[in-house]
Design a protein around this ligand. Structure first.
Ligand code: CAA
Length: 388
């Protein structure tokens, strides 16, 4: 069940999507249940995704990436998510956030040092914006950066960092204004951090409901010394860079949510064919047919929104509103569709014998990270007035 026939895809887009689908089926799906059960982050997966070029999809060929368009990238990401949502989030964060930030605002030296190996998948990227006391209100972050000679010295704790245990390059936001001269969102810088820098510590690892094989951690910066050359772009523009990158990142999470929803629908269709109650397959009961029809319709709508937004981005349009709409629609679709899937499976949906239980748990976070559904609604409502 792919619903691709109504998307105007090129042959190249179809072949990248097919490659991702085949890789998901051969190298991810067979392990997804165990990775989830053991909360196991499989580093070899990063190497394999890198070898396929999937960690440099949006990076130009001059920096060793594939230089593909957003639609192609999201098609591949959706396929990986349909195989395993945890694998998809590492791919989404890496491709959408730190690499895009370095590509857009990095110096030539930063691109050579960090972007090139990230494009090849030799270095994994992470993004550190949130803190224990700063989530939806991202501009209230308190990690402080103080200039000291040729270095910046960072002190504070970042939270909810995807791939934080294994990341080689982290783009972290910290305050560059001072206590006496607070500048709000304009007093935040973006820094390229590597785990070898003195004062870098991996803190608490979260014990999550879903995405269990994607490690989410706190990062503790204890007088972390960062060379001034690792500041990204302008000193007070880190928050703006983060917001612009999240416009793009939210499309990645929408693709992840579409992959989860599509997988839940596919499992439901096949279960409803094989499961007999009251003398016939449950797919022949109208109660189940209505569910399957609604699930399929919502998945198709979420995908149409996503790929329409991606095409707008590829045409160079501003997609702040469409990125938020795509994420809102896709994540709420994933939660709704996986809830219906569990219901169709009945008791078997509530236990770990079938994948829909994991899909249901994995779906939830898509309504939370990279901006909750409530934040997406705020962004959409603001944009409605701004674009009038
Ligand atoms: N593009 C460009 N600029 C933007 C922008 C965008 N999308 N959004 C905001 N800005 C600019 C504004 O224009 C403003 O600039 P000026 O100073 O020139 O006026 C500045 O940023 C401040 O903007 P706001 O006044 O709108 O800021 P705010 O404090 O009201 O917050 C918000 C806006 C949309 C609520 C924002 O805080 C937000 O998106 N919060 C959610 C944070 C989030 O998504 N966190 C996810 C973290 S990543 C993650 O989940 C982990 C992971 O690894 C997956």
């Amino acid at each position: 069940m792919t619903f691709d026939s109504f998307l105007p895809l090129t042959d190249d887009q179809r072949s990248v999507r097919d490659l991702a689908r085949e890789f998901g089926a051969s190298d991810i799906t067979p392990h997804a249940e165990r990775w989830d059960r053991e909360a196991l982050f499989e580093r070899s997966l990063v190497e394999k995704l890198g070898a396929l070029g999937f960690l440099g999809m949006l990076i130009p060929e001059e920096y060793d990436g594939l230089g593909l368009d957003t639609v192609t990238y999201l098609l591949a990401l959706e396929e990986i998510a349909a195989a395993d949502a945890s694998a998809a989030v590492l791919m989404s964060v890496h491709n959408s956030l730190p690499t895009q930030m370095i590509l857009r605002w990095g110096s030539d030296e930063q691109k050579e040092r960090f972007l090139r190996p990230m494009a090849r998948g030799e270095k994994l990227g992470a993004f550190a914006l949130s803190e224990p006391d700063s989530g939806s209100d991202a501009a209230s972050l308190s990690t402080q950066a103080r200039r000291d000679g040729d270095d910046w010295v960072l002190t504070g704790t970042k939270a909810w960092v995807t791939s934080g245990t294994h990341a080689d390059v982290i783009v972290a936001m910290a305050r560059t204004d001072t206590a006496d001269d607070r500048k709000g969102a304009r007093g935040i810088g973006a820094f390229i951090i590597t785990p070898d820098l003195p004062g870098f510590h991996v803190g608490k690892k979260e014990d999550k409901m879903g995405l269990r094989s994607s490690p989410t951690v706190q990062l503790v910066f204890d007088e972390l010394r960062v060379p001034a050359a690792n500041l990204l772009g302008d000193v007070g523009s880190g928050f703006i860079y983060a917001m612009q990158s999240l416009d793009h990142g939210r499309l990645g999470i929408a693709a992840q949510a579409c992959g989860i929803a599509r997988a839940a629908l596919a499992h439901s269709l096949s279960y409803a064919e094989g499961r007999t109650q009251f003398g016939r397959p449950i797919k022949d009961h109208q109660a189940i047919q209505f569910k399957l029809a609604d699930m399929a319709s919502r998945v198709a709508a979420a995908r149409a929104m996503l790929y329409g937004s991606a095409a707008a981005k590829d045409r160079g349009e501003r997609i702040t509103m469409y990125g938020s709409m795509s994420k809102l629609l896709a994540s709420e679709t994933a939660m709704w569709v996986t809830t219906q899937a569990v219901q169709i499976f009945g008791g078997y949906g509530y236990v770990k014998d079938y994948p829909v239980e994991r899909l249901f748990r994995d779906a939830k976070v898509t309504e939370i990270y990279e901006g909750t559904s409530e934040i997406q609604r705020i962004v959409i409502a603001r944009e409605l007035y701004a674009t009038q």
